[in-house]
Every structure is written in C-alpha cells, then in structure tokens.
Design a protein around this ligand. Structure first.
Ligand code: T4K
Length: 400
C-alpha cells in the first residue's frame, strides 16, 4: 500500500510497508530438491569433508568458469584471505583500502601485518592508485585491491606499481565471482585472488570461499596450508591451518553454480527496476555498473544537500518500514578497533572514504525480492525525498 501522508511512515507510527523484513544479503536458494539429494548422497557415502568429491567438483567448476588454472576451496572468505596472505609471504605493511568489509584488514592484522589504509577512487570505489605510491615504505610487502560490490580495481595501474616496487598483489574479490575485467574473468589478476561464497553472496556455499591463482607453486603451497601443512600422511612441511570446505557447503555451491545465469539475470533485472524507479529523485543516485559485472549489490549514493535527509535518516526510516537497508561500509576500517586506536589520524589521508562512509547505502537484491517489492521500495524512497523537509522537521521534533 503506497503512503500518501508522512504520518503513514512507520517511523511516525504508520503501518509498515512490508509485514516481513526485506533483507540485503538474503541467500539465493535456487534448487532445493537438488541440494537435498546431494545431502542424501553425502550422508550415504559418509564422506563429509577433507577434500571430498563435492569439493573437488566445485573447484573444477570454479576453474572452468573463471579460466584460472587453480581454484582451492576454503571454509570462508576471511580464512581464504589469511591463507593467501601467508602463502604470499606478506610481512610488515600491506596497502589496502579502508572502504571495505573489515575482514580485509583483519586478515592482515591477525598475522601481525599492518594494514596501511589507502583512499578510494570516486569513479568506482576501488583503491586510489594515485595515492599508493605515497604510502610505500621499506616495510611494504604488498597491495590488496578490493573489487568492491562487483566493480573492478584499476588492475593495469596496480600491476605496474607492484612490479615497480617489487610488491605482491592480491585481490579481495569477495563480491566479484562471475565478473569480467576488460573481457578477462575476475580471478586471473595479480598473484592470487580470493572469493567469498558466504550465504549473502551471489554464489553461496553457506559459509565458504576460494583462492584462485595461475601460479602452480603458490597453488600447491595454498593446498597444503589449507590442510595443516600436511604434504603426506605424517609429513608436515609448512605452518598450516584448517581452512577446508566441507562437502555440504560444496554441494550448495554446485547448486548455485548450476543456476548462476538465473541469479545474474535476477540481479540485472532488479538493477534495471531500481534504476527506473529511482530516477529523478533529488540527491539520490544509484551507483552504476557496466555489463562486465554480475550486479551483486544495489548501492545508493546520497547527496545530503539535495536530498535534505541524511543517509542515516533515510536508512532509519526505511528500516522502520521493514526495508533493512545496510550502511555498507560504515564507518570504514580505519574507524574500527584496533585500527582507530593504532592510527588515530589515518582519516586525514582518506578524504573520499571519510565522505563516502556517510553517503552510501545498500538495498535488497537477488532472487528473493520481487518486482512488486522493488517498485514499492522505490515508491517509498521517492515519497520520503519528496517530503524530506517536512519529515526532517518531524524527526527533529520527535527527537527533542
Ligand atoms: N572481503 C570482503 C570485501 C567482504 O565483503 C567479505 C564479507 C569478506 C572479505 C569475508 O568473506 P567471508 O569470510 O564472510 O566469507 C555480511 C557477510 O557476513 C559477509 O560475508 C560480507 N562480506 C559482508 C559484506 O556482509 P554482515 O555482518 O553484514 O552480515 P549479517 O549477518 O548482518 O547479514 C546480512 C543480511 O543478510 C542480514 O540482513 C540478514 C541476511 N541474511 C544473512 C544470513 C547469514 C539472511 O537472510 N540469511 C542468512 O543466512 O556481513
């Protein structure tokens, strides 16, 4: 039911637009029957984990789709980052954007490597290649580029920098499985890349991730590190961890991959509905994708001066109406602990990040949101912004 007066907004006591919450990151569950059959097979064969047939099959499919020589399935994206960082022998300092999920920074700090936060480009929210050079010190051992929200880093410039300064180059492509970069599948860049297959990702394995690389030696090392460093039954040759993916996760991943076109098409259709529904709203811009992306996130950019309401006020109003918009990636890694205490002034170098953390929000997409729900969401946002001055006053009054 469309709202016609501001008292209809749930934040002011009106009925919620949706009875059940609409989530950002609702899992794509595409073929329940196939998944249940796989679970039965796994239980019958009694092979649950430790590089079982489903994991191997999943890895082959990842390699086939991305065209990367080696795909190593891992229990989640964070551990994938941790293993890749260790296998690449990163030490000292690594340059990384602050505008990312905190796992990117934590995977370094967890191994006592200092994440040195770099600003981002405003064209596509990826690491600012102009700033990197200023952050390099004798302790710098690598760069982690984050392909944020399915948008590509400036890979040519990053490769040039890595080569010039003899740095390792790793990509956090947690959001970018299935995307291409100037015609090449994401996964083929840098020394290695990682994907996340968490429940909230376009392709999901419940919890899961992968490291992909075209480097034979590195791949072998990563495989061993994923399994405690065992080279043979009783022979450990590296420090390792337990980074293995289990068979049920891999089965879920295979179901996702079998239906990847359906998921991408749903994302594209949602993006086009949002683009139509949110056009011509003052101060609201939907962040654009090129056709190289899988359109995994719907991100809005809010220009406070034009929209009158702040991003936080808009998120608050939407959440009351059961549209659980998210403030990804607020407040930026540099404003989270322990980084905030370690480097209290790092924000001074992060001008674009400091602005963006107050200006973006993500809306629901994927296979579980309907055309009707998107249209109602867009209509609600339009209604809110069209009545922004009055709403702002009422919010101020409510908070006094
Ligand atoms: N690098 C980057 C750039 C990343 O974005 C991430 C993870 C990583 C590395 C690390 O990869 P993983 O170790 O996670 O594989 C979520 C995800 O947990 C996280 O995977 C993701 N990025 C991040 C962007 O978002 P939260 O803390 O926002 O999750 P949560 O629990 O609030 O869930 C998000 C929404 O999804 C909620 O509204 C509820 C809904 N949801 C969630 C789950 C798990 C469901 O409807 N069903 C579910 O099963 O981090």
């Amino acid at each position: 039911m469309y709202k016609s007066k501001i008292e209809d907004l749930s934040i002011f006591g009106g009925r919620k637009t949706f009875d059940l919450p609409l989530h950002v990151g609702r899992p794509n569950i595409v073929d329940r029957q196939q998944f249940l059959q796989h679970i039965n097979t796994i239980l019958d064969t009694k092979w649950l984990t430790n590089n079982g047939p489903y994991v191997q099959n999943f890895e082959h499919k990842i390699s086939d789709i991305t065209g990367v020589k080696h795909a190593i399935a891992i229990c989640n994206g964070t551990v994938a980052l941790e293993i890749a960082i260790r296998a690449l022998e990163l030490t000292g300092e690594v340059i990384v954007p602050s505008f990312t999920f905190v796992a990117t920074a934590h995977a370094l700090q967890w191994q006592e490597i200092t994440p040195v936060f770099c600003d981002i480009n405003l064209d596509n929210f990826t690491i600012d290649t102009q700033q990197i050079e200023k952050l390099i010190t004798p302790r710098t051992s690598g760069i982690i580029g984050v392909n944020l929200w399915g948008r590509n880093c400036h890979t040519a410039a990053l490769s040039e920098l890595a080569e010039k300064y003899n740095l390792k180059l790793l990509y956090d492509s947690a959001h970018s499985f299935g995307c291409t970069n100037e015609g090449t599948m994401v996964g083929n860049f840098g020394d290695a890349e990682i994907f996340s297959f968490h429940a909230t990702k376009m392709v999901n394995t419940l919890e899961g991730g992968a490291i992909v690389t075209n480097n034979d030696e590195l791949a072998e090392k990563i495989r061993l590190m994923r399994n405690f460093g065992f080279a043979d039954e009783d022979k450990v040759i590296y420090i390792g961890t337990n980074g293995k993916m289990n068979e049920i996760s891999a089965a879920m991943g295979l179901c996702s991959l079998d239906n990847i076109e359906t998921i991408i098409n749903a994302n594209k259709q949602n993006y086009s509905l949002y683009t139509d529904g949110l056009s011509d709203i003052p101060g609201i811009k939907i962040c654009e994708y090129t056709s190289e992306s899988t359109y995994p996130y719907i991100t809005l950019y809010i220009d406070h001066e034009q929209s009158v309401l702040t991003r936080n006020q808009l998120v608050d109003i939407l959440q009351h109406d059961n549209i659980l918009a998210r403030r990804y990636f607020y407040p930026g890694c540099h404003n989270m602990e322990p980084y905030r205490s370690y480097f209290p002034h790092s924000g001074l170098l992060l001008k674009n990040t400091e602005n963006l953390i107050h200006q973006t929000l993500c809306l629901p997409t994927g296979t579980s949101i309907s055309k009707n729900e998107i249209e109602e969401t867009c209509h609600l946002i339009k209604f809110i912004i069209n009545n922004a001055k009055e709403i702002k006053k009422k919010l101020e009054y409510k908070n006094t």
